[in-house]
Ligand binder design. Structure first.
Ligand code: UD1
Ligand code: UDP
Length: 382
């Protein structure tokens, strides 16, 4: 008998990291009925990913409202999921990571006594308020999960230390599967000239790629971070600073106010995934507070300065391709200056490493679920 799997997600990074997994389950049509529910906690930024990977949703909760609060998405999303679960009656609900959609997806499944599979389980910063609310979202999703698919050995260890119930499988991070699939799709779509979107770039120009959107940094830390970028742009007029600005109004206001008047800073709209990968690949240095970028940039051999006080993605730091620099204007400027002006320091960080996965995480997850549901022999899974 086929098993029904319901994916619940709602933001850009969840969609990117789940796209290859959904496609992998859909290939096993004889075993799995794969259904997709998007909360649409994000709208445009989610749709960009759905379009690129040619994914369609079976349910769209259309939650997003401008400037939404955590209460908004939690309450409206949880209620809307009740009807979806009543209709679909899945055998298992898959959620990814640490967004509010991931947490309420797990909670809704629990209320209906449906099993929960948590992808990218076990990340911990150890600080309840940083990243906020992600640290608690993933911890609570973990408590509700029956199957924990962790990206790294240390994530598995975190769950074991917390005596987490359920089964733990170390499979790597599906972000690497997405990255590889993304690069493959870009190469297949050979008629598209990705560079044409970036006609402001000079051929040999050094690019610093910037993204930032964390809630715990809103207010003063975010102003500091923007001021640091301004200082750097003034100190290095020959370097181009490209910032695809997140659509959150709490991000856009300070970014536009502090950074819009400098010639070597390009504030651009969020890019679709292939254009973003193209730009990251072309960059010299990445300044970010994003979780996903900390995982992707090491694979592409790009040094990353992580503009946060804590990170749950410690493997890139240990591998030496990422450095935690906080949100102090002075420190960000010093650390970026060192990499922009000292080739040896840059070369030390610019090495391609893959601490987060080998690009086969999705196959491992599908095989594990086959084993769980159909008791099939699975090779290569711990
Ligand atoms: C959310 C996640 C965060 C994740 C991030 C990825 C939560 C609480 N936060 O944060 O974990 O790292 O997504 O980007 O789950 N907006 C748009 N269009 C969009 C997307 C957002 O206009 O396509 C604007 C809206 O005004 C929206 C606001 O951004 O209200 C905030 O979106 P929200 O999902 O609540 O928070 P993020 O900061 O995006
Ligand atoms: N990304 C994208 N377009 C952009 C910026 C980022 O497609 O303009 C991708 C990026 O490659 C990564 C993911 O979005 O896979 C990261 O999303 P975000 O920073 O919003 O969330 P986080 O990873 O911090 O949760």
């Amino acid at each position: 008998m086929k098993r029904k799997i319901l994916f619940v997600f709602g933001t850009r990074p969840e969609a990117i990291k789940l796209a290859p997994l959904i496609l992998a389950f859909k290939k096993q049509q004889d075993k799995f009925d794969t259904r997709v529910c998007v909360s649409a906690q994000h709208r445009e930024m989610l749709d960009q990913v759905m379009d690129f990977f040619e994914l369609e949703s079976d349910h769209d909760l259309d939650l997003m409202q401008p400037g939404q609060s955590l209460f908004d998405i939690t309450a409206r999303g949880l209620k809307a999921l009740e009807a979806v679960l009543d209709l679909e009656k899945p055998d298992v609900v898959f959620v990814q990571g640490d967004t509010t959609t991931a947490f309420i997806g797990a909670l809704a499944a629990f209320y209906k006594q449906v099993k929960v599979a948590h992808i990218e389980a076990g990340l911990r910063s150890g600080d309840k308020y940083s990243p906020f609310p992600e640290e608690m979202n993933r911890l609570l999703a973990g408590r509700l999960a029956d199957f924990h698919f962790t990206p790294t050995p240390s994530a598995s260890r975190n769950l074991e230390l917390e005596a987490m119930k359920g089964e733990i499988f170390m499979v790597g991070n599906t972000v690497i599967d997405a990255l590889m699939l993304g690069l493959e799709l870009i190469n297949n779509k050979s008629g598209i000239d990705y560079s044409s979107k970036f006609n402001f770039l000079e051929a040999e120009e050094k690019i610093v790629l910037i993204t930032g959107h964390r809630r715990e940094s809103f207010g003063e830390p975010f102003e500091e971070l923007c001021s640091a970028i301004r200082d750097l742009a003034l100190e290095f007029p020959e370097v181009r600073f490209v910032y695809p600005v997140h659509l959150n109004p709490n991000v856009r206001e300070p970014v536009n106010r502090i950074l819009s008047d400098l010639k070597n800073i390009n504030l651009i709209e969020p890019l679709d995934y292939p254009h973003f990968l193209w730009l990251m690949n072309r960059s010299y240095l990445v300044l970010t507070d994003s979780g996903g970028l900390q995982e992707e940039a090491p694979s592409l051999g790009k040094p990353v300065l992580v503009m946060r006080d804590v990170t749950e993605r410690t493997e890139g730091i240990e591998a030496g391709t990422a450095k935690l620099v906080g949100t102090s204007r002075k420190v960000i400027v010093e650390e970026a200056r060192a990499l922009l002006s000292d080739k040896a320091a840059w070369e030390k960080m610019a090495k391609a490493v893959n601490p987060y996965g080998d690009g086969h995480s999705c196959d491992k997850i599908v095989k594990q679920m086959e084993k769980i549901f159909f008791n099939q022999e699975v090779l290569g899974i711990e």
